[in-house]
Design a protein around this ligand. Structure first.
Ligand SMILES: [Mg+2]
Length: 137
């Protein structure tokens, strides 16, 4: 995936975007799977892309629908795999589309990547000037 130099702030989903693809689980399953999060492998091509983006001066905001109490373990995971980022926001599953949109607005995200088309569509409808991509592009 190529991110153009016009992008200053990149917003990134975590599960199935920055982490290796797995079938989405109901959100409540994840509560029992905290240790599992630590062994999830990162999506290599995504990781390479954001490392280049970071070294070219870009800002990375991770915007996840994980509940806020997952922030700490998510940070450990990011550290473990040496994932560059500036900020992580775990917005929770309740009203996640609107919550993610809110972060995109407050952080002035120029480009947003999410595997969930429902989120992509919602953000696209509400913020037409934000470039929206799927991780599989
Ligand atoms: Mg996702």
């Amino acid at each position: 995936m190529r991110i153009t130099s016009k992008i200053d702030v990149l917003g990134l989903d975590l599960d199935n975007t920055l982490t290796f693809r797995m079938r989405p689980l109901p959100w409540w399953c994840s509560v029992f799977l905290v240790p599992f999060f630590m062994i999830l492998p990162p999506n290599k091509s995504m990781l390479n892309m954001i490392r280049k983006f970071k070294s070219s001066g870009g800002k990375i905001i991770i915007i996840s629908a994980r509940p806020s109490f997952f922030t700490k373990i998510s940070k450990l995971w990011l550290k473990r795999y040496n994932v560059p980022y500036h900020k992580i926001k775990c917005v929770g599953f309740i009203d996640r589309n609107r919550q993610k949109l809110q972060v995109i607005r407050t952080e002035n995200v120029d480009c947003f990547i999410d595997d969930d088309w429902v989120v992509r569509q919602f953000v696209g409808e509400n913020e037409p000037f934000v470039k929206i991509l799927s991780p599989s592009v």
